[in-house]
Design a protein around this ligand. Sequence first.
Ligand code: ADP
Length: 249
Amino acid sequence: MVNSQPILSATGLSMEFRGFLAVKDVTLSVNEGTVHALIGPNGAGKTTVFNLLTKFLTPTRGRIMFRGADITRLKPAEVARLGLVRSFQISAVFPHLSVRDNLRVALQRPSNLATQFWRSSNVLSKVDDQAMSLIDAVGLSRYEHLPAVELSYGRKRALEIATTLALDPTVLLLDEPMAGMGHEDIGRISELIRRIAKQRTVLMVEHNLNVVADLCDRVTVLARGEILADGAYDVVSADPRVREAYMGT
Ligand code: ADP
């Protein structure tokens, strides 16, 4: 589902922490239906940009547009309701709840508009159906009754992604979805992201450049808070400034 229309864009975004300019005049746009990566060395400002886009931080300067609306001054829950949803690097699942119950909880969050009337039994059975279809979508059907704590690391990340899908995002922001994973789990999560991207837009911070090359339609490279390059992976990875700043070659 690749479309050339920007669905999320930032213009002149800057973030200052007590005199330190962590993000400097960043302008970027994420096109609808793409898998877009934000990469760069440690300290480049990736997490800060992520937090700005999802409104966990308010920019010192600049503007953020999502689906044609200015969201610069909105709160995280408000942008989530509009369809801009993020995952966290740190585990966000309830370890002692089963896979299915984790999804039930996610589907019944107040921020999930679809469950406003969840108390009625009719809606409860709908929540169950939705939970099962999300479990199926992320390939966890065999584990629906297992407590999250007993899942392998990669499957736990798949469950986390399912809890974010419970909010039915238009744009899903994933913060290092492959962090700490082995080869097999990376393959599984890559496949999952590919499936998600058939219906949604994905913006991800990712360190693993093989994953970025394999999965992403477009890459934005940050270094020292500024955009160094933006475009297809093959093009940006050949840019000498990127090689120097990011790859050390
Ligand atoms: P990345 O995710 O690319 O590693 P970050 O966005 O975490 O980079 O950090 C960018 C820079 O901003 C770093 O120098 C970091 O120390 C600084 N920084 C991030 N958050 C804060 C904060 N809350 N207060 C002060 N400095 C911060």
